[in-house]
Design a protein around this ligand. Structure first.
Ligand SMILES: C[S@@+](CC[C@H](N)C(=O)[O-])C[C@H]1O[C@@H](n2cnc3c(N)ncnc32)[C@H](O)[C@@H]1O
Length: 267
C-alpha cells in the first residue's frame, strides 16, 4: 500500500514537472507559429475545466447500473442498423440503452422532443413491436424567429439543419409509417391529445431551463400510468442539470450509470 502510494506520488510529480517544462514551450511555439492552434488549445482547456467542475460538483441524482433498474435487460437483443453518430446525437451507448429499455418494457408508444436527424426514433422503430406508435417533435428553422424565449447559447446550430429526421425518411416503409413527425416549438404545441397515453417520453429538445421545465411538465402529463420519462444531457448542459436536480427533490429520479440519461419511472 505504502509502496504504491509512493509510486503514485512520484508519478504525479513527474507529470507536473513535465507539464511545467513542456507547456510553456508548446504554447510559445503555438502562439508564434499557429495562433489558431493556440486559440483551440485554450478553448478546449477552458471547456474541459468547466466540464470537470460541472460533473464533479453538480451531480445530485444517484446513478444505478442499467441491469439493476431493468433486471434481464442484458439479454435483450437490439439492432442499431443504419445508426451513425454526429455531434448533437445521443451517444451510441445511450442509443443502445434507449432501444434496450423500449424492448424490455415492450412499450406501445413513445414521444420524443428533439428529432434532429431522427436517429433515436428510427432506432426505436427498429426495436419495437409493429403496433408501437412513435411521435417526434422538432423545430423548423423558420420557427426560430417566432420563439417566445431564447434557446440556450449555441443551440440554434442544431436547429439549422438541411432536413429534420432524415434517418426516419430512410426507413423501410413498414417502419416509417409508424413514426409521426410533428413540427413547432415544444412550448407552443398542443400535447393534450397524448395526455395519459405515452409509455416512453424522451426529452432532448432545447436545453435552456424554461424549455426543459416546460417539456418535463408536459411529459408528466403525457406519460401513461406505467409510463417512463427519460432526459438526456444531465451533467452536460448546465440548465438540464439544474432543473433535474431540482425535480429530484419531488420525484425519484435515477441516472443510468455511465451515461447522461436520467430516468423517471413510477414506483
Ligand atoms: C440535441 S438535438 C436532439 C438529438 C436527438 N435526440 C438524437 O440524438 O438524435 C436537439 C433538437 O431539439 C430541437 N429543438 C430545440 N429547441 C426546440 C423546441 N423549442 N421545440 C422543439 N424542438 C426543439 C433542435 O432543433 C434539435 O434538432
Amino acid at each position: 500500500m505504502g509502496r504504491s502510494w509512493g509510486w503514485a506520488r512520484w508519478h504525479l510529480l513527474e507529470r507536473i514537472l513535465t507539464g511545467a517544462i513542456v507547456l510553456p514551450k508548446y504554447l510559445t511555439v503555438c502562439l508564434v507559429v499557429s495562433p489558431r492552434k493556440a486559440h483551440r488549445f485554450f478553448w478546449s482547456l477552458g471547456h474541459h475545466v468547466l466540464a470537470y467542475e460541472h460533473t464533479h460538483t453538480q451531480a445530485r441524482i444517484p446513478a444505478q447500473p442499467i441491469e439493476g433498474m431493468f433486471p434481464g435487460i442484458e439479454r435483450v437483443e437490439v439492432t442499431l442498423a443504419d445508426a451513425s453518430w454526429e455531434d448533437g446525437n445521443v451517444s451510441m451507448v445511450e442509443l443502445y440503452l434507449l432501444c434496450a429499455i423500449a424492448r424490455h418494457q415492450r412499450i406501445r408508444s413513445a414521444l420524443e422532443i428533439g428529432t434532429f436527424r431522427g436517429l433515436v426514433m428510427a432506432s426505436l422503430a427498429r426495436n419495437t413491436e409493429p403496433d408501437t406508435r412513435l411521435l417526434t417533435v422538432d423545430l423548423r428553422q423558420e420557427d426560430l424567429g417566432r420563439l417566445r424565449r431564447p434557446l440556450a447559447l449555441g443551440e440554434a446550430l442544431y436547429v439549422q439543419k438541411a432536413k429534420i429526421g432524415e434517418k426516419i425518411a430512410n426507413l423501410p416503409e413498414e417502419l416509417r409509417s409508424r413514426v409521426t413527425q410533428l413540427y413547432g416549438d415544444s412550448t407552443q404545441l398542443d400535447f393534450s391529445p397524448y395526455y395519459g397515453r405515452i409509455d416512453l417520453v424522451f426529452i432532448d429538445g432545447s436545453h435552456q431551463y424554461d424549455y426543459v421545465a416546460h417539456d418535463s411538465q408536459e411529459a408528466f402529463r403525457m406519460r401513461s400510468p406505467q409510463g417512463m420519462i427519460i432526459w438526456q444531457d444531465y451533467l452536460v448542459w448546465p440548465d438540464v442539470t439544474r432543473y433535474l436536480n431540482r425535480l429530484s427533490r419531488e420525484h425519484p429520479l435515477v441516472r443510468v450509470a455511465g451515461t447522461s440519461l436520467v430516468l423517471y419511472r413510477p414506483s
